[in-house]
Design a protein around this ligand. Structure first.
Ligand code: NI
Ligand code: MN
Length: 234
C-alpha cells in the first residue's frame, strides 16, 4: 500500500491490488501542490465536504478519469447533475467499491457549503472517512473537524484505524493541541498531520505536533509528509 501526499488535505492511496483512491483533491488551486492535475487517474474520489480546498478539482479529475465520486448525498447529487458518476452516502454508512475496499462515512464537526458556486449550495453535513483496504488495514481521513468525543468512543475504540490523517492547522479545524488529544484517543500506529502551512492562516509547526502526540500516545508515530512525498508499507 502506498500513500501519496499532495498537500493540504489531499492524499492518494494506492492499494496492493492497484486501486487508486484520491481524497479531497485540491490540486490546481493548491499553492503547495506539485502534482499536475492531468496526471491523476484515480478509480474513486472521496470528498469529505463541499469547501473548495477539499472539493477542489473533483469535477475535472472525474471527467478525465471516469472515477466515481463518493461523498455526501448532497454533493453526490451535485456531481451527478454535471453528468458524472457519484455515489451519495451519509454518516455511519459503508460503501463497498469493486469488492476490494470499503468506505465508511463518519462524523466531522464542520460545515459543508459548496462555497465555489456563485450562489453557495448546501453540501449536506461535513464528514470524514474510514477506508478499509483489501488486507484489512484501516485508514481514517478526518476531513476538516474540531475535536469531538466520538473520535474516541466510535472511531478509536470501535473502528481502530491503523493510520489516521488529522487536520492541525487551527482556525478552521483542530489545532495541534486538540489534534494530539485526538491522536491519543484514536491510538493509531501512525498519524499524518494535514491541513496546515498551505496558507498563512493555518501556519503550524508539525514537529511540535509530533512532540504533543508523543506525550498523549507513546505507541503512535507522527509521519510528517511533504507535498509530493510518498509513504509505503506492506
Ligand atoms: Ni472546510
Ligand atoms: Mn479546509
Amino acid at each position: 500500500m502506498k500513500i501519496e501526499y499532495l498537500g493540504h488535505s489531499a492524499f492518494q492511496i494506492i492499494t496492493e491490488e492497484g486501486m487508486k483512491i484520491l481524497i479531497d483533491p485540491f490540486i490546481s488551486g493548491n499553492p503547495v501542490c506539485t502534482t499536475p492535475v492531468e496526471t491523476l487517474n484515480p478509480d474513486v474520489i472521496l470528498v469529505t465536504h463541499g469547501h473548495v480546498d477539499h472539493f477542489g478539482d473533483t469535477l475535472e479529475i472525474a471527467n478525465n478519469s471516469g472515477a466515481t465520486v463518493i461523498s455526501t448525498h448532497e454533493i453526490a447529487t451535485f456531481v451527478q447533475k454535471q453528468g458524472l458518476n457519484a455515489i451519495g452516502m451519509n454518516i455511519g454508512g459503508t460503501v463497498n467499491v469493486n469488492n476490494l475496499i470499503s468506505v465508511q462515512m463518519v462524523n466531522a464537526l464542520h460545515s459543508s457549503g459548496l462555497d465555489f458556486l456563485e450562489d453557495m449550495e448546501e453540501g449536506g453535513v461535513a464528514s470524514g472517512f474510514v477506508i478499509t483496504l483489501e488486507n484489512g488495514k484501516k485508514i481514517y481521513h478526518a476531513g476538516d473537524t474540531g475535536l469531538f468525543g466520538d473520535m474516541k468512543m466510535v472511531i478509536g475504540d470501535i473502528y481502530q484505524p491503523d493510520i489516521s490523517m488529522l487536520p492541525i492547522g487551527d482556525k478552521f479545524t483542530m489545532g495541534i493541541e486538540d489534534a494530539a488529544i485526538a491522536a491519543g484517543w484514536l491510538q493509531s500506529r501512525i498519524v499524518i498531520p494535514m491541513h496546515y502551512n498551505t496558507f498563512e492562516a493555518i501556519e503550524q509547526d508539525p514537529n511540535l505536533f509530533a512532540k504533543y502526540v508523543e506525550d498523549e500516545s507513546l505507541g503512535t508515530f507522527t509521519l510528517i509528509m511533504q507535498p509530493g512525498e510518498d509513504y509505503e508499507e506492506e
